[in-house]
Every structure is written in structure tokens, then in C-alpha cells.
Design a protein around this ligand. Structure first.
Ligand code: NAP
Length: 520
């Protein structure tokens, strides 16, 4: 039996006691245990701040980039082993596992490339000098310096590799040591990545630590120079934001939480645009068994196209092969945990109680391929439908974190925009159409309620990327329900881990102070 360990204070530590059990969600067998009992989290954070902090801050962007490149290669080099763990402990198909693992190595590589652009500087200079008087004798400049604390990364169960990699890439490039904590239920992939990073001595001592199991009092020791980057449910996010030490010390907190992402179809679309809409939708409902913060939860279609779209989605979902994700013919595996399965089935029941109709799915599938009868945490791909944007308010409020989406007809563009905005703030929505006036009204109408909007037209249909693909070049996060956070976005992501300080004084002196910094 494998025991997930923690790497803190520069060494591997085995937690005491029997710990939490990690399962294979297809067979329900226990595949590992994880315990952090007895780990001294106060000391772990102090070690990262005091040993890792000075070490990473002394490096240049180029040197940090070399570490990120090595981390990217370490993950890519162990791709097959990591895929097998994701199938075993996450219920991922091979394709789902690649999405997570390749996402991690690609994001680390993208930040390594960015490091090359930033060169041999150690900090960033924000914008140009501003004259505060009539001449340059009295001037101002802004610098971004790495915070002198530790970045604690708490990740959700659905992306154990990507979540670790994307947060690590940005914090390391900014020059801040990291303590990474995956969700316990699917920690095997993240644990193996942590082992690889440590075995290959990719980071200096104290720069990378790993917590393999329950968080204990880890976050209670965060202080004014530390950062908490959290991905998970809105309810836990809200709890963490309200921790007394977080409030008292104004700990920098970034929250990536739930989202009721929408896909919008225009009234008239070319065949290419319509095909793209259907292709993206099928992927966004079933990839990772719908356990993606970016999955499409609400599908807005013109009322005149409702029947056509309903039939097309049902047809696509009928082609999904649910079963043991280790089989090549299976295209959708189980949910990650029994709790997830229960929450998804309960969530569907709540939406139905609120007025949604089940068009297809809505329950566990009869006989998942290659699975012993009665075993596994499966839910069939599910399409629900409501009568209008004003009905069944719960579809705009409850995130059902599985292969579930709701079809919603609209009668006018203003009603559509208001309906999408009822999601209360989202990570990413997608709009498909070829009419510029419609696209402008919808995109600008919903933009302030989103972190990202993907626009599908016949001009880019052949080259488009599905909305759920989070790109390192663009920001990820969203207002309101989505947590109000922002990650990635190239150099923009470094802000979370930096203090922006205004320097005010004699102009030529300021120029000498910012010398060696990289202006962005
Ligand atoms: P969760 O239950 O909120 O857990 C998330 C993480 O928080 C886990 O690592 C968990 O650790 C930890 N945690 C829980 N309680 C804690 C506490 N009191 N102190 C410190 N850490 C604590 O969420 P989940 O079920 O893993 O993930 C599903 C949710 O994440 C969905 O709502 C989804 O939308 C959201 N999500 C958002 C994004 C995004 O980028 N916006 C991405 C992925 C997922 P343990 O596992 O050890 O309990």
C-alpha cells in the first residue's frame, strides 16, 4: 500500500496514524493512504521563508526559468507513469489524464519562455517614470519586488498536475518559495510530481515543499508577506478568506472557485460555427467527467433552434462510452469520489425540483463498460432543460460538478445577456455566432461578469481551442461566484506574489535604483 508523504523542512516526512484512504473510483479499491498528522506546519512555513526565500530571490529570471524548464521536463519525462496514476486514483481516461499532465508541463514551459524574455533581472519595474513637478527633479517610479514570505498553494481534486504546475510556475518566476498542497482524494499524481522535483534537485533547498494530506493548521500560520492561492469550492474559499490571521495580517489571498459557465448560440450561424459549438459543448460536458471549473453548465439557444440543438446534443451524448477509463474504447470515466457522485446526483435532483426536466441521463448509467456491476462512482452524461431564462433559478446558482448541463431557450438579446449574468460571475463563457452586432452586444454585455470569453465564428472554427483549455498567456479567474481571483496571464500573474511599491524622489536617483529591473 502506498503512503503519500510530505516534503517539508527539506526532508520527506511520513504522517502518523492510518490517514485518509485514497480510492480507485472505478473499482472502489483503496490505492493509497495519506496522513499529515504530526507534521509541524509552523516550522515548515518558517523553513520555506527563511531558507527558500533568500535563495530564490537571489536568482535572476533566467535562472528561475531554467528551474521551470527542468520541472516541465521532469513531468513530461514521467508522462506515462503519471497517466497511469491519474487513471488509477482519478478515474481519468488517458485523454483526460493527458489534459491535466500536459497542461502542467506546458504551463511550466510557457513560464520558462517568459523568463527568457525577462532576462537577467531579479525584479520588475512597472511602467515609465512620472514627473511629479515641472522637471524630473521630483519623480515617481513603481517597482514590483517579490514578497519575502511563502506562497501556499491549495488545489482542487480535479487537476492534481495542472493545479500544481500552473501555480508553481508563476510563484517561482516571481521569486517566492512554494508550499504545494493537493486535494487529498486524488493526491497520487501530485505526490509523484513532488517526488520527481525533489529527486532531480530542481529547486534550491526550501524553495519547494509539499503537503501530502489534510491541511491541519497550515493556513493558521500565514502572515503579512505570505500568499494563499486557493482553488476549490466557493464555500471553503469563503471560510479561508475569513480566517482571523488572514484578516488581521491582510494575507494576500487568491481564490479560484465555482463557476456556472455558459455557452451561447446565435440565431443564425454558419455550419462551421454550429459544428464548433456542438463539438466544444460535447467536450466541455464530458471531459474529465464534467469535473472542470471551466465546464459548460448552461447552454443558451434561440428558442427557434431549441429542438434542433436538443436533438444534436442528445445525439452527441449518446456516443459517449462510459466505463473503466483504463480501456481504450471508454471515453468517460467515473467521478473522482463517492462524495462527488452523491453530490452530483443530489444536485441533479435539486435542479429537477426547481423546475428543470431531464432530457437524457440524470442517474448512474446501467452498465458501465468493463466494470463489476454495482461498483464505481459513475453518473451518465446528463442534459437538463428549463422553459426560459427566468425559470428554474437554481440552474444559475448551483454548480453540479459532473457531466451535467442545462439547455435554456432565449427570446431576445437583452434577455440572453441578463440570463448569462445570473450566473453571478464566471470563469469562462463562450459565444458562437457570425453576426458582429450580436457578438458585440453579448460579449460586451457579459464581459464584466467573466474572467475570459471565448468567441467562436466561422473565421476561426478550424483553429479554435475549446473554452475549457486554460492558457498561460491569458488570465484565469473570474468575479463574484468564481472567487474574484486572477491567475496566469503571462507576466500579469507575477503581481499576486509581488509588492508594488511607489518610489518618490529625485528623478536621476530613482533611475539608478531601478537599474537592473525589467520594465514591463
Ligand atoms: P474543496 O473541497 O473546496 O477542496 C479544495 C482544497 O481545499 C483541497 O485541497 C482541500 O484539502 C482543501 N481544504 C478543504 N478545507 C480546507 C481548510 N479548512 N483549510 C485548508 N484547506 C482546505 O474543493 P474540491 O472538491 O477539491 O474541488 C471542487 C471545486 O473546485 C469545484 O467547486 C470547482 O468548481 C472548483 N474548482 C475551481 C477551479 C478554478 O480554477 N476556478 C479549478 C478547479 C476546481 P483536502 O482535500 O485535504 O480536504
Amino acid at each position: 500500500m502506498r503512503s503519500v508523504r510530505s516534503h517539508v523542512g527539506g526532508e520527506w516526512i511520513q504522517g502518523q496514524g492510518s490517514g485518509a484512504e485514497l480510492h480507485n473510483p472505478t473499482t472502489e479499491a483503496v490505492v493509497a493512504t495519506a496522513s499529515t498528522e504530526g507534521v509541524d506546519f509552523r516550522a515548515a512555513l518558517a523553513f520555506a521563508r527563511e531558507v527558500g526565500g533568500p535563495a530564490i530571490r537571489a536568482t535572476t529570471f533566467t535562472e528561475r526559468g531554467a528551474m521551470l524548464r527542468a520541472a516541465s521536463r521532469a513531468i513530461h519525462g514521467a508522462r506515462d507513469e503519471l497517466i497511469a496514476l491519474a487513471v488509477d486514483n482519478g478515474g481519468n481516461t488517458r485523454s483526460d489524464a493527458k489534459f491535466d499532465i500536459d497542461g502542467a508541463s506546458a504551463t511550466l514551459a510557457a513560464y520558462a519562455d517568459l523568463a527568457t524574455e525577462l532576462g537577467d533581472a531579479r525584479f520588475l519595474v512597472d511602467g515609465e517614470a512620472v514627473n511629479l513637478g515641472r522637471s524630473s527633479r521630483l519623480a515617481g517610479r513603481h517597482v514590483f519586488l517579490p514578497l519575502e514570505g511563502v506562497a501556499v498553494h491549495v488545489n482542487a481534486f480535479n487537476f492534481p498536475a495542472w493545479g500544481l504546475g500552473e501555480k508553481l510556475a508563476v510563484a517561482i518566476l516571481a521569486g517566492v518559495p512554494v508550499v504545494s498542497k493537493p486535494a487529498t482524494a486524488t493526491a497520487l499524481v501530485a505526490w509523484r510530481i513532488a517526488e520527481l522535483l525533489v529527486e532531480q534537485s530542481i529547486f534550491q533547498r526550501g524553495v519547494f515543499s509539499f503537503v501530502g494530506g489534510a491541511p491541519g493548521d497550515l493556513l493558521a500560520h500565514l502572515g503579512a508577506q505570505d500568499v494563499l492561492a486557493f482553488t476549490g469550492s466557493g464555500s471553503v474559499g469563503a471560510q479561508l478568506r475569513a480566517m482571523p490571521n488572514v484578516i488581521a495580517s491582510s494575507v494576500r489571498v487568491n481564490i479560484e472557485a465555482d463557476s456556472l459557465n455558459a455557452a451561447v448560440l446565435g440565431a443564425e450561424t454558419s455550419d462551421e460555427t454550429y459544428d464548433l459549438f456542438l463539438k466544444d459543448l460535447a467536450k466541455e460536458v464530458t471531459q474529465k467527467t464534467g469535473q472542470k471549473c471551466t465546464a459548460t453548465r448552461r447552454v443558451f439557444v434561440p428558442r427557434a433552434r431549441l429542438a434542433e440543438v436538443r436533438d444534436a446534443i442528445v445525439d452527441r451524448l449518446a456516443q459517449v462510452k462510459v466505463g473503466d477509463p483504463s480501456r481504450d474504447d471508454v471515453t468517460m470515466g467515473p467521478l473522482a469520489t463517492r462524495r462527488q457522485q452523491r453530490d452530483v446526483l443530489e444536485g441533479i435532483a435539486k435542479l429537477v425540483a426547481a423546475g428543470a426536466k431531464v432530457v437524457t441521463g440524470g442517474k448512474a448509467p446501467e452498465a458501465p463498460l468493463g466494470v463489476e456491476p454495482g461498483r464505481g462512482f459513475f453518473v451518465a452524461p446528463t442534459l437538463l432543460e428549463v422553459g426560459s431564462t427566468a425559470e428554474a433559478g437554481a440552474v444559475h446558482e448551483l454548480e453540479v460538478f459532473g457531466p451535467v448541463t442545462s439547455l435554456i431557450p432565449y427570446d431576445s438579446t437583452p434577455e440572453l445577456v441578463a440570463g448569462v449574468r445570473r450566473g453571478g460571475g464566471g470563469l469562462v463563457s463562450s459565444v458562437y455566432g457570425d453576426d458582429k452586432a450580436f457578438l458585440r452586444a453579448v460579449v460586451l454585455g457579459i464581459a464584466t461578469a467573466h474572467g475570459r470569453i471565448v468567441i467562436g465564428t466561422e473565421k476561426n472554427a478550424g483553429a479554435a481551442m475549446s473554452p475549457g483549455l486554460v492558457l498561460p498567456q491569458l488570465v484565469h479567474g473570474g468575479p463574484g461566484r468564481a472567487g474574484g481571483g486572477e491567475e496566469l496571464g503571462g507576466v500579469r500573474g507575477l503581481r499576486l506574489y509581488s509588492q508594488r511599491t511607489a518610489l518618490q524622489g529625485y528623478g536621476p536617483l530613482l533611475e539608478s535604483l531601478v537599474e537592473g529591473g525589467k520594465q514591463v
